[in-house]
Ligand binder design. Sequence first.
Ligand code: GDP
Length: 295
Amino acid sequence: MFENLTDKLERSFKILKGEGRITEINVAETLKEIRRALIDADVNYKVAKTFTDEVKQKALGQDVLKAVKPGQMMTKIVRDSLAELMGGTASDIRLDGTPAVVLIAGLQGSGKTTFSGKLASFIKSRKGRQVLLVAGDIYRPAAIDQLKVLGSQIGVEVYTEEGNRNPVEIAENAIRYARQKAFNVVIVDTAGRLAVDEAMMQEITAIKAAVKPSETLFVVDAMTGQDAVNTAREFNDRLDFDGVVLTKLDGDTRGGAAISIRSVVDKPLKFISNGEKMDALQVFHPERMADRILG
Ligand code: GDP
């Protein structure tokens, strides 16, 4: 991803590097190029504009015009600013409580169930905790089966209540079960719809109120570009989630959604998912993502 953005930025920096003397016009042109590249990479227009305005202030403040290597200096300013825009430092998942409850929310098809499995595996292997997965998508029997298959692959028990049509009750029962069986992390996968609707929002809000998660993660498909930003905003307004999971970054996406979502909802990106396999999960590192953007 981001190939286009990287190429364009490199080209702009080359322009700067090639100049014997850098003028304010060169800087302005480079900034315009950066803004265009960000917009092409699906970054929201306002976000891109604010970003380049800030970069300009920093560049002028650091006297890029007089620097020996203005291109390098600009690259550093852009890289640092991009990382800052995406949160600065990596943000860990909070696992408080006995058991700690993690609630997974998002639209259908965003990759919630797959991510729930990956997260369970991650917490089990990296943090050495006893994890219970809860199948809370009562509307799609296939989702319950999918979670059971994933659970057996990674050696994590999956709590289900076939026939119970009340996801709030299922989640509450699962937590009770977890306490009895000494599980210390409970991951609740929930139902999604194809678009945000009132019934879904009421359901997930009710589950959140009942289980009091220490972490609510919003899962979003990076391939959906600008829609990802709108969905994030709607979920955040209702659910006040703690972090974002960006999925399908292995696909043909430039991933500008990472930048826009962070700026629009002001919640940290915590994980990126880049494949269907259970180990295709990475903790989100803003600096690494910025390096990747710049190439
Ligand atoms: P849910 O409806 O939100 O639970 O979504 P699923 O977890 O069922 O995922 C929907 C589809 O996307 C499935 O075919 C998954 O295998 C696939 N998927 C999930 N995460 C990723 C990812 O990071 N990369 C790719 N390429 N596919 C993914």
